[in-house]
Design a protein around this ligand. Structure first.
Ligand code: NDP
Length: 299
């Protein structure tokens, strides 16, 4: 099969590319730097820029759309918010436009979203795919990104699946790479009250869930892509400390994060307890449902 992937050079995408190549599929990665893709991902991967997708001659069996400017890295000023939106919503619209021009008929269009869709839920009730969101920047961003992807159903006739992904835990990148340095020096600690929920997923389960959605032709719509066992920040902190054999008695005050990250600090200070109801109903089995085993495998 021949798959088109955006975000294929990223933390999740690169693992998915390798998993597809291992099974002898062909992958074309859409990148802002197509000339660097082979160096990053190895031989056997084709690469194009977004504007050249319309020139692809080989039939495309499916699309996985993961591109987007990193969310937590910088303060969300107006310019940053514009970039976060453009790199997802405008990008997805242009991708579909290019695929229409190429006369492509991918069987599926699997597209990124995030648990940020649900906004900042402070209560502990588990959220399934039908739960109501709390309105705010991350909700608007994910809602509009999902709406842009749903156009693939109308314009390309594709089955659309939307990935409301939680915090992905894997080696060499993602949230854990940012969290680890203070923990390794024994300076790790809970954030604010530590009562906020963290909905996480192991990188291998994230990739397996995408591949599950790729091959199950009846599955369509929204999927929470998180482990079934979300934890509070306090529990996450204690478990990470125990796995690393480091103390975690410090607390990171909310105001410090707010000073560093502004509005973006809400992602760390407030949380969501998300439950992957649709994936479980469809029969998906997690390799790492529990945090301790997941962290042991990564670290
Ligand atoms: P990464 O940041 O590792 O990679 C995203 C890719 O998007 C990059 O490799 C890059 O590809 C492309 N990209 C980055 N900025 C832009 C831009 N301004 N315009 C166009 N393309 C851009 O992301 P992850 O792999 O961690 O995540 C993939 C998707 O899943 C993201 O959209 C993310 O928001 C979402 N997600 C991730 C979570 C996580 O914990 N990792 C949690 C929830 C959602 P290139 O440089 O080749 O163009």
């Amino acid at each position: 099969m021949h798959y088109l992937m955006t975000g294929g050079t990223g933390f999740i995408g690169s693992r998915l590319v390798h998993s597809l190549l291992e099974d002898n599929h062909k992958v074309t990665v859409v990148s802002r730097s197509p000339e660097k893709v082979m160096g990053l991902l190895g031989p056997g991967v084709n690469a194009v820029s977004l504007n050249d997708v319309n020139l692809i001659k080989e039939p495309i069996d499916g699309v996985i759309n993961l591109a987007g400017e990193p969310i937590v890295d910088k303060r969300w000023n107006a310019q940053r918010k514009k970039l976060l939106r453009e790199s997802r919503i405008d990008f997805t619209e242009q991708l579909i436009e290019q695929l229409v021009m190429a006369d492509a008929r991918p069987a599926f269009f699997i597209s990124g979203s995030a648990i940020g869709f649900y906004g900042s839920h402070e209560g502990g009730a588990p959220l399934n795919e039908k739960s109501n969101p709390v309105i705010g920047f991350t909700h608007d961003l994910c809602r509009d990104w999902e709406a842009a992807a749903l156009e693939a159903q109308k314009r390309l006739g594709s089955r659309v699946c939307l990935l409301r992904t939680g915090v992905v835990l894997g080696a060499g990148g993602g949230a854990l790479a940012k969290m680890l340095p203070p923990f390794k020096f024994g300076l790790g600690g809970a954030i604010g009250s530590g009562e906020q929920w963290m909905s996480w997923i192991h990188l291998e389960d994230e990739v397996a869930a995408i591949r599950f959605l790729m091959v199950h032709e009846t599955l369509v719509g929204v999927f929470n892509v998180t482990s079934p066992n979300a934890v509070t920040n306090k529990v996450f902190t204690k478990t990470l400390g125990a796995v690393l054999d480091k103390p975690t008695w410090l607390t990171v005050p909310e105001f410090m994060l707010s000073l560093m990250l502004g509005e973006a600090s809400e992602l760390l200070v407030k949380g969501q307890r998300v439950y992957p109801a649709c994936l479980l109903d469809a029969g998906f089995e997690f390799t790492y449902p529990g945090l301790e085993e997941a962290l042991h495998s990564v670290l």
